[in-house]
Design a protein around this ligand. Structure first.
Ligand SMILES: Nc1ncnc2c1ncn2[C@@H]1O[C@H](COP(=O)(O)OP(=O)(O)O)[C@@H](O)[C@H]1O
Ligand SMILES: [Mg+2]
Length: 207
């Protein structure tokens, strides 16, 4: 059972306090959404969980294992955590197939089958496999990044505004699909959703 505990996490960059004293706990199969305005520290928080940034203070534990505390941190690749960055962050010099298969240890036909299966999971056409990242739309890149993260069978999945490049209809469908997918795979999702502010009337002086 995945259970994640953050205690008094803080992180600053120079004079900027990006994350201040965040504590929370979540249990297996729960979905946690981190909501806040731009610049409030959502990405920094996720990057500390993934192991790409180290907290100045506080601790992170997952399934009873300490990932970061007292200035020490477990390297990202040993955490068993999937991370989908806001822009997908695909490797530009690798095809879609090689991006998805990047961390797979399988070889030959078994590897190809697994890559095809992962592409299916994110509802993309097999014809995409030989394309390069620059030949994909933003939304397709995000889905390939999700497939690449799923390939690692992580115990926890971090999604940083993963569907921000999708239109409203597709975003709702993808959110449902990913929740189902991660639920079926027993992966706990922890994400910062894209919240669109409600339209509000402009002040008369701006019109
Ligand atoms: N690598 C960095 N170096 C310096 N400042 C950073 C860096 N990353 C983020 N920040 C600053 O930290 C704050 C939080 O950023 P971020 O975590 O990206 O917020 P959010 O994802 O909620 O928009 C912002 O003020 C941002 O400018
Ligand atoms: Mg962000």
């Amino acid at each position: 059972m995945t259970s994640l505990h953050l205690q008094h996490l803080s992180k600053h960059y120079g004079a900027t306090q990006a994350v201040q004293d965040v504590s929370l706990s979540c249990t297996a199969a729960s979905r946690v959404a981190i909501v806040g305005p731009s610049g409030s520290g959502k990405t920094t928080l996720l990057r500390m969980l993934a192991g790409f940034e180290h907290p100045d203070q506080g601790s992170i534990t997952l399934d009873g294992q300490t990932l970061a505390a007292d200035g020490r941190a477990l390297p990202a690749h040993l955490r068993g955590i999937g991370y989908v960055a806001q822009d997908g962050a695909l490797f530009p010099h690798l095809t879609v197939a090689d991006n998805i298969g990047f961390g797979l240890t399988l070889k030959g036909e078994a590897r190809n089958r697994r890559i095809a299966e992962l592409l299916d999971m994110v509802a993309l056409d097999q014809a995409m496999l030989q394309r390069w990242p620059h030949q994909l739309s933003g939304g397709q890149q995000q889905r390939i990044a999700l497939a690449r993260a799923l390939a690692q069978q992580p115990r926890l999945m971090l999604l940083d505004e993963p569907f921000s490049a999708l239109d409203t209809g597709l975003r709702a469908a993808m959110r449902k699909m990913v929740a189902q997918l991660l639920g079926d795979a027993g992966i706990t999702p922890f994400w910062s959703p894209t919240i669109r502010p409600r339209p509000c009337p402009l002040p008369t002086s701006w019109r």
